[in-house]
Design a binder for this molecule. Structure first.
Ligand code: AMP
Length: 203
């Protein structure tokens, strides 16, 4: 978990590489649908570009399909984003006889979010952010682009949505014994070290 720009995608990619887990980013899945011009992509594009959430029912059915197909452990990046999604995830986990091992919140002050997102460029091919603001292309050779929802008006709305709809999810997990907070205002390497230390203790 974490607000927009907290580093969820960056850290999930590292966890995937290091531990061989399946990375499920609901945002990446929705952007792929948009890029492919599918019916679903067309249905959600206006909501995503303005920074609003996609309806819960749609997200829950999308997620159930990918979780049930995953052979190994899964990193959920960008889900659950509402309490209804968190409740549906619990039901889904029970049905699939799987469990949530840890809920990792990457904490970042809003002033830092705005700074990060105003500079962010992502790769069209591997979805990773560019490491520097001047490089002409991604390390993988992919073309870099700016997400439409990283425009200042959308970022402002995404933060409002985060406060209103996603912060209650933090309360949902806070007393579960699985919830941990990581300081996101550090280098990606330092954040990754902190996450690995937390995961070492996970049962
Ligand atoms: P992200 O890449 O995680 O920042 O997600 C980008 C956008 O995709 C969000 O602002 C939402 O419009 C949509 N989205 C991603 N995950 C969810 C979710 N779990 N529930 C609803 N909308 C989502």
């Amino acid at each position: 978990m974490g607000c927009p720009g907290a580093g969820k995608g960056t850290q999930s990619a590292r966890l995937k590489e290091t531990f061989g887990l399946t990375h499920i980013s609901t945002g990446d899945m929705l952007r792929s649908e948009m890029a492919a011009g599918s019916a679903l992509g067309k249905q959600v594009s206006a909501l995503i570009n303005q920074g609003s959430l996609v309806p819960d029912e749609l997200m829950i059915s999308m997620l159930e399909k990918v979780i049930s197909q995953a052979q190994k452990g899964v990193i959920l990046d960008g889900f659950p984003r509402t309490v209804a999604q968190a409740q549906a995830l619990d039901t889904m986990m029970q049905r699939l006889e799987r469990q949530i091992n840890a809920v990792v919140m990457i904490d970042l002050p809003e002033s830092e979010v705005i700074k990060r997102l105003s500079m962010r460029r992502l790769c069209k091919k591997c979805a990773k952010p560019a490491a520097t603001s001047t490089q002409p292309a991604c390390e993988c050779g992919g073309e870099l682009y700016v997400r439409a929802d990283d425009a200042p008006a959308s970022v402002k709305h995404r933060l409002e949505v985060y406060r209103a709809q996603t912060l209650p999810v933090k309360e949902y997990y806070q007393n579960s014994g699985k919830y941990v907070e990581i300081n996101g205002n550090q280098t990606p390497d330092q954040v990754f070290e902190d996450i690995k230390n937390v995961l070492k203790k996970v049962k």
